[in-house]
Design a protein around this ligand. Structure first.
Ligand code: MET
Ligand SMILES: [Zn+2]
Length: 770
């Protein structure tokens, strides 16, 4: 009798980002396909060994990927859109073409290729993005590859106690979309009967190879819309049932709620639930499966955040599960979700103090935690020392937070209702905002090209190869160049260009108190792009002004107004690892107060327009709609708290991108920014439709061109967009701007695009704005 230790998945990027390096070298032609596969296979094998060494009894395999695990499933099941066929590509080339597009000239016998990437979407409420599968009635499911089986065999050979992982058939279909050529109203889930035999043949192969268990992820079970899917799940798990191989059905990121009523009757042998996000669901779920022959896998070690596990409380949960289910054999200990959302290991962090380092566990350390928790149930004495050590660490962290910044907490507690409100309503304050802007004012979203010179200067400052003064001089020159550029192009509302920022969140995190930074804490965002989120470790406050010197310097250079530029509280929060000991709401309010001081200081320094970006506002939305309002309330409050400290004559701006804002438009209105700019050009004007049904009274600039591509939009095209916008938005409220910041672009295309933008706005002015 023993409780087993397992995890649902491991970071795929390698301890030092080896996978990024290998994959990008392959793309650039510096590695052959064979070298790519060899190098990445080493990372994969290394990952398995590490997990086993940390004490996992069950090691996930098949979760490794060169680009994205959902794309792996599309590829494995032959869900390959026609546009990627017929170019004589190798399998690996075709796979990457689906992930990131492929453009290359004809070579010898090989035809030219020019195919765009597939659509990418956020993986639930994480900052990981998956490649959206495209289905149509013609989709011909076959086993195109046997990736999962191959990796299982590879691991078994190494003596790894491997459990293969698959994304379940229902989630796979529901996370996909209807292909463009699919008939109107086509629902991917209708393909379930066609898809199941292929899953089944894969399971057969796994069983042939000796696998006794398979983990089948059905994360869609924690979303609202699945409540009608009972029969789909039943069909699926009846079809997949095989006496030779047991199924662990894994859910994560949220609560099953009433879905448990049918999940308990499915043909499965184990069920995994997330007890970090929703500890309360243990009772309900355990009671529901009590009389079934189902093992409960307890997700007690956080797959989404980096804090050390509190063993005492996890062990309580495990014991409670055993008590309800009646036997230790009926439970397993695991991570709440795949560990792909946390960095690889804390060991490589050389710059964190011992005190701070002791608070964290990354993926490797989390595996060890899972093992200790399981062992504590099996044989308490064997892990006595680890438990004591853990209790010490947890206490030390508690002591630290108890004594952290009282002044900040007090300030949050003392916020009064008037602090959320501008002095006058928009219509009144608008008349006081004399920025001398023409109709259809043209502006940009803030950042200008981050050139190599800028990155080099930043690196050299980091290495102390140049002094702080030399760096400041360099940045000033850049700002001056940027201002002159905007004047030359003819923009109306200028920006300083954000050249001093390494990243829109990190930059502020580094200047605020209450954050910690890692050297190597990378987490996959999409493909070979990884991010290094700052960690909020304490109460947040602003020791000194952060942007005032740059913005006010920029303003001294020109008679045109220069916008101050800040990242908003909710975005800073959502793109960081949050604290565990206080709510996200509290951290957000603390951030808001810190930014409020900055906003007021900018105003004092003579800046008359201030933009507070909230591109991540929407992605912080909870997975279940019932929880939305609570989040939106404090998110809106935070933005208002950050921006409402100014007088009527200061124009506040905000910016949104990355997602569909229509369903939170009510909240966007409540922000009461004087001007909002929203990404629009890619969404086929879906955004504009919202104005047909919802009134919006403040000023607004829907983006007129996509900045993610080097393509230069023509004046004609931009003019046409402005005209289209005027059907939905009153002329006196319309601003003209790109979709988002220009930091990833080159100067050449930036200039050409903005010249066209300015000319298009001038033309529209002459025609429509008398
Ligand atoms: C992802 S939103 C980016 C906004 C920021 N001000 C920029 O221009 O880069
Ligand atoms: Zn943006």
């Amino acid at each position: 009798m023993s409780v087993k230790a397992s995890s649902l998945g491991f970071p795929r990027i390698g301890s030092t980002r080896q996978v990024k390096k290998s994959v990008e070298s392959f793309w650039s032609g510096a590695l052959t396909e064979k070298e790519l596969l060899e190098q990445t296979s080493q990372v994969r094998t290394g990952n398995w060994k590490t997990q086993a060494e940390q004490g996992l009894d069950i090691v996930p395999v098949g979760d490794f990927t060169l680009y994205d695990h959902v794309l792996d499933h599309s590829f494995m099941f032959n869900v390959i859109p026609k546009r990627y066929e017929g170019f004589d590509l190798t399998a690996v080339e075709q796979y990457f073409a689906m992930g990131r597009g492929l453009q290359r000239p004809a070579k010898g016998e090989k035809p030219a290729v020019d195919v765009p990437a597939s659509e990418m979407k956020k993986w639930f409420d994480s900052n990981y993005h998956y490649i959206v599968p495209e289905f149509s009635p013609e989709t011909n499911f076959t086993l195109n590859t046997t990736k999962t089986v191959d990796e299982y065999v590879e691991a078994a050979k190494e003596g790894i106690p491997a459990r293969p992982v698959l994304l379940g058939p229902v989630s796979f279909l529901l996370l996909g979309k209807a292909a463009r050529d699919a008939p109107e109203g086509f629902q991917p889930i209708s393909l379930l009967p066609k898809l199941l035999p292929v899953y089944k043949s894969l399971l057969n192969k796994l069983a042939d190879a000796g696998a006794k268990w398979v983990q089948i992820d059905e994360p869609v079970l924690v979303l609202d819309k699945t409540t009608d899917s009972a029969s789909d799940y039943q069909t699926a798990f009846d079809a997949l049932h095989d006496d030779r191989i047991n199924i662990l059905l894994a859910t994560y990121f949220g609560r099953l709620e009433s879905n448990i009523n049918y999940v308990k009757n499915l043909n499965i042998q184990a069920l995994h639930i997330d007890l970090v996000r929703v500890p309360e669901q243990l009772q309900q779920v355990a009671e529901a499966i009590k009389d079934k022959n189902i093992i409960l896998s307890l997700g007690v070690v956080d797959g989404r955040n980096i804090w050390k596990n509190d063993f005492e409380s996890s062990i309580k949960i495990v014991n409670k599960a055993i008590e309800i289910l009646g036997s230790a054999d009926r439970v397993q200990v695991s991570s709440s979700s795949s560990l792909l959302h946390v960095p690889h290991t804390v060991v490589n962090e050389k710059k964190l103090s011992d005190q701070v380092k002791d608070w964290f566990s990354f993926a490797v350390e989390k595996c060890a935690e899972i093992s200790v928790i399981a062992k504590s149930i099996n044989n308490l004495d064997s892990v006595k020392q680890q438990l004591e050590q853990n209790a010490k660490s947890i206490n030390a962290r508690r002591e630290f937070t108890k004594n952290s910044n009282d002044a900040v907490r007090k300030r949050v507690a003392e916020v009064t209702p008037d602090m959320y409100k501008r002095q006058s309503p928009f219509v009144e304050r608008r008349t006081k905002q004399n920025l001398n802007l023409p109709k259809f004012p043209t502006t940009t979203i803030g950042s200008f090209p981050q050139t190599k010179e800028i990155r080099v200067a930043r690196q050299r400052l980091g290495k102390s190869e140049i002094t702080e003064t030399e760096y400041t001089e360099f940045i000033k020159k850049e700002i001056e160049g940027c201002i002159r550029f905007q004047e030359r192009v003819g923009l109306d509302l200028l920006v300083h260009g954000e050249c001093e920022r390494n990243d829109m969140v990190q930059y502020f995190g580094e200047l605020l108190d209450g954050f910690a930074f890692t050297q190597n804490g990378w987490v996959a965002s999409y493909g070979s792009r990884y991010v290094k989120p700052p960690i909020i470790v304490s109460d947040v406050s602003r020791p000194f002004a952060m942007t005032v010197k740059w913005s006010s310097y920029a303003q001294t250079l020109t008679s045109k107004p220069v916008k101050g530029m800040l990242t908003g509280p909710v975005t800073i929060l959502n793109w960081s690892f949050p604290r565990e000991d206080v709510s996200r709401e509290i951290s957000s309010r603390q951030l808001a107060l810190a930014l409020r001081d900055e906003v007021v200081d900018l105003e004092k320094a003579g800046i008359r327009a201030i933009q507070v970006d909230e591109p991540a506002l929407r992605e912080g939305l909870p997975l279940r709609r019932a929880d939305w309002q609570e989040y939106l309330n404090w998110a809106v409050d935070s933005f208002r708290l950050a921006t409402a400290g100014v007088t009527d004559s200061t124009q506040t701006h905000s910016h949104f991108c990355y997602s569909d804002f229509n369903d939170i438009f009510e909240s966007i209105k409540k922000l009461d920014a004087d001007v909002i700019t929203i990404e629009n050009s890619k969404s086929d004007s879906k955004l504009l439709k919202v104005f047909e049904t919802q009134s919006y009274t403040n000023e607004i600039g829907p983006g007129v061109y996509d900045i993610h591509s080097p393509r230069v939009p023509s004046e004609e095209e931009i003019y046409a967009r402005i005209k289209e916008m005027l059907q939905y938005i009153p002329a006196h409220l319309l601003h003209v701007n790109p979709d988002c910041g220009l930091k990833t672009r080159q100067w050449k295309e930036t200039e050409a695009s903005l010249v066209n933008l300015v000319n298009a706005a001038r033309r529209a002015r002459a025609e429509f704005a008398q």
